[in-house]
Design a protein around this ligand. Structure first.
Ligand code: 2HA
Ligand code: ZN
Length: 270
């Protein structure tokens, strides 16, 4: 059996949580990540018949039975993942209609998966139907996106258009735009269901006054997606109080659609 701490998925997870912490997106225990793994890759590092304990999930998601995930732990700090991966991360396999999770590795200090496990798992169910290559759900608290939800309308078309207008490449990176949830109680099945519903039409879902969710095929791509939206929000927060002299026009965004072979969300450009 190979050393799981050297598995590419583990190395990438440790690098990503560290990088997110360094970006200031994951203060204290803020943020969480789930990465779907293939049984084939897990079996290289773990005896998949050796279940350490079984943890109830509190929701039902039959589509996830037999699926493996590497998930950050509840109450754990991204800052510390690099120093103690086995206490801050866990590998689980879902069963019994997604109502139970077998722990195969990690959460060594009597831990368990993130409190936002429902939002993650329900979002995986939605995104894997839309894009079978989707593997990652990522949540964090980037300051400028969060700040923007205090001062900008939460209308999804308007919020998306503002972000697209802040950097030329935004419409190329997230042509499906950004969906927005109002403030809701975090850690619940309700916010999980609402997030998954929003994931039907966009890979980015803002939780107003809280943070953001992103979905993607790998950690790098999902990080880049949130990074791009956060950069746009940063520019917005720098200029929102100043008179706007120039802007990226809808006609210029149509040029970007042609140049990069993407299609902006229906009805979002004039
Ligand atoms: O637990 O970010 O939304 C950390 C969180 C909850
Ligand atoms: Zn959060």
């Amino acid at each position: 059996m190979k050393n799981i701490l050297e598995a590419p998925f583990m190395v990438e997870m440790i690098r990503t949580t560290t990088n997110m912490y360094d970006h200031g997106w994951d203060e204290r225990n803020g943020g969480n990540i789930s990465l779907m793994l293939e049984e084939r890759e897990v079996s290289e590092y773990l005896d998949i018949g050796n279940v350490l304990r079984t943890i109830p999930t509190g929701f039902t998601a039959p589509e996830l039975d037999g699926k493996y995930f590497l998930v950050t732990g509840t109450g754990r700090y991204f800052k510390n993942v690099q120093y103690k991966p086995d206490a801050n991360l866990g590998v689980v396999r879902l069963k019994e209609q997604g109502q139970q999770a077998d722990l195969l590795w990690g959460y060594s200090e009597d831990g368990q998966f993130t409190s936002e496990f429902p939002a993650h798992m329900m979002s995986h169910v939605v995104r894997m139907k839309i894009d079978p290559a989707n593997r990652v759900i990522m949540h964090c608290h980037p300051a400028n996106l969060l700040a923007m939800t205090f001062v900008h309308t939460l209308d999804e078309r308007e919020f998306t258009r503002t972000l697209w207008q802040m950097c030329t490449e935004c419409v190329v990176v997230f042509p499906d735009g950004v969906n927005v949830l109002p403030w809701m109680l975090c850690g619940t099945n309700e916010i999980g269901e609402a997030t998954a519903e929003k994931m039907q039409t966009a890979r980015l879902v803002v939780w107003s006054l809280h943070g953001i969710y992103g979905a993607g095929k790998d950690l790098d791509e999902t990080f880049g997606l949130i990074e791009t939206a956060e950069k746009a929000a940063e520019i917005y927060m720098k200029i929102a109080h100043l008179p706007r002299v120039n802007t990226i026009t809808d006609e210029q965004m149509h040029q970007l659609e042609k140049r990069f072979g993407i299609k902006a969300r229906e009805g979002y450009l004039d």
